[in-house]
Design a protein around this ligand. Sequence first.
Ligand SMILES: *[C@@H]1O[C@H](CO)[C@@H](O)[C@H](O)[C@H]1NC(C)=O
Ligand SMILES: *[C@@H]1O[C@H](CO)[C@@H](O)[C@H](O)[C@H]1NC(C)=O
Length: 192
Amino acid sequence: MEGVVNSFLVTFSLLALASMLASASDPSSLQDFCLTLNGTNHNVFVNGNFCKDPKLVTADDFFSGLDNAGNTSNAVGSRVTTTVNADQILGLDKLGISLVRIDYAPNGGLTPHTHPRATEVLVVTKGKLYVDFVTSNPDNHLFAKVRREEVFVFLVCLIHFQFNIGNTDAVAFAGLSSQNPGVATIGSSVWV
Ligand SMILES: *[C@@H]1O[C@H](CO)[C@@H](O)[C@H](O)[C@H]1NC(C)=O
Ligand SMILES: *[C@@H]1O[C@H](CO)[C@@H](O)[C@H](O)[C@H]1NC(C)=O
């Protein structure tokens, strides 16, 4: 009898372990929010960041402005403003989203790049943009559109770019499905 119980316990433990491994993912949050403690030196690390005391959290921890136009006086004629991410809005920590504003001068654009960890939804709010992404090998199919006050989706990891084909400045806002989407610019990556 004891042998049967033992083998049952071993089987049950193995099944429990297998199911834990199969469902491995980011842990769910056990509270409404867990804001990163900023600028504190600790000698130990947790899986993520230490949380700010909820009693000390204020509305400003959930706020950042994106109303200022970025300075597009540079070689590519565009500027990405990244003030809506977990580094700036502590309340976004561990929630897997971020938002950027992109300003484009006439003839300005963002050169071909990818985001290794995020799909992007781009909303054009001013001006006229040529937008595209290219699928992976072997098809390398180009999906392109001219967008004016409309939305375009760039799928995770795929190479994409935008170009202002209007006579005026253009503005777009892009939501990304990661708090740290990363960016790999093809030119800088290939011609290092
Ligand atoms: C924009 O950037 C250019 C080049 O760095 C600089 O000369 C200019 O003063 C900046 N304009 C503003 C409004 O900050
Ligand atoms: C976090 O700390 C850094 C360095 O002190 C500071 O520059 C940054 O503005 C802080 N971020 C927030 C959201 O308070």
